[in-house]
Design a protein around this ligand. Structure first.
Ligand code: ADP
Ligand code: ZN
Length: 189
């Protein structure tokens, strides 16, 4: 029996984490053997949670690189969940395929586009090899239509294409926006 790869993609606030959590909880009801991972953003190595913007959560293991997944799975593992998959190295694609070959159901959630509207990290290649892809939408914070993009704002203004990732003293925020309302200034200030 082989497993398969399921990917849930969309912009920020589209409900990717919610959907991952929903699938994990159902697998748990089915008494399956589950491990959930997320990229480690701080330096602690403890069990943390995948938490959706609506407050729902499941336990997750924070890891630095995709290969660490192998330290936490064994022959009994049936389901592997991965949140924020866009932050992993490209190797996550090979590893997801290997897990599926071994009979594991792999459920990955993440951003398909960055704030510039460009394909984000390993997500595009993961989509290509997945059995199932669900592309979900948020609600555009400007016009209320379905939103497939993440708007980056610096001090409340649309970010520029080459604005640095961390700006000292600046307040950075994100909104879900549709194609029409998404703005990325490409010119220099
Ligand atoms: P993601 O993982 O895609 O960022 P989450 O699962 O964490 O999304 O959060 C989805 C939840 O965010 C929605 O159920 C809703 O409660 C909330 N939310 C906040 N802003 C928006 C928005 N603009 N469109 C849709 N949902 C939003
Ligand atoms: Zn809009």
């Amino acid at each position: 029996n082989h497993g398969y790869i399921e990917v849930v993609i969309g912009p920020m606030y589209s409900g990717k984490s919610e959907e991952l959590i929903r699938r994990i909880k159902r697998a748990r009801i089915a008494k399956q053997n589950i491990v959930v991972f997320k990229p480690k953003i701080d330096n602690r190595y403890s069990v943390e949670d995948v938490v959706s913007h609506s407050g729902d959560s499941v336990n997750a293991i924070p890891i630095n690189s995709a290969k660490e997944i192998y330290n936490f799975i064994d022959s009994k593992t049936q389901v592997v969940g991965i949140d924020e998959v866009q932050f992993f190295d490209e190797e996550i694609v090979e590893i997801a395929m290997d897990l599926a070959d071994k009979g594991i159901r792999v459920i990955a959630a993440g951003l398909d586009m960055d704030f510039k509207g460009e394909p984000f990290g390993p997500t595009p290649n993961l989509l290509a090899v997945a059995e199932f892809v669900d592309k979900i939408q948020a609600i555009c914070s400007v016009c209320g239509q379905p939103a497939n993009r993440s708007q980056r704002l610096i001090n409340g203004e649309p970010a520029r294409y080459d604005d640095p990732i961390i700006q000292v003293g600046a307040v950075e925020s994100y909104e879900a926006r549709c194609r029409k309302c998404h703005v990325v200034y490409k010119d220099k200030k």
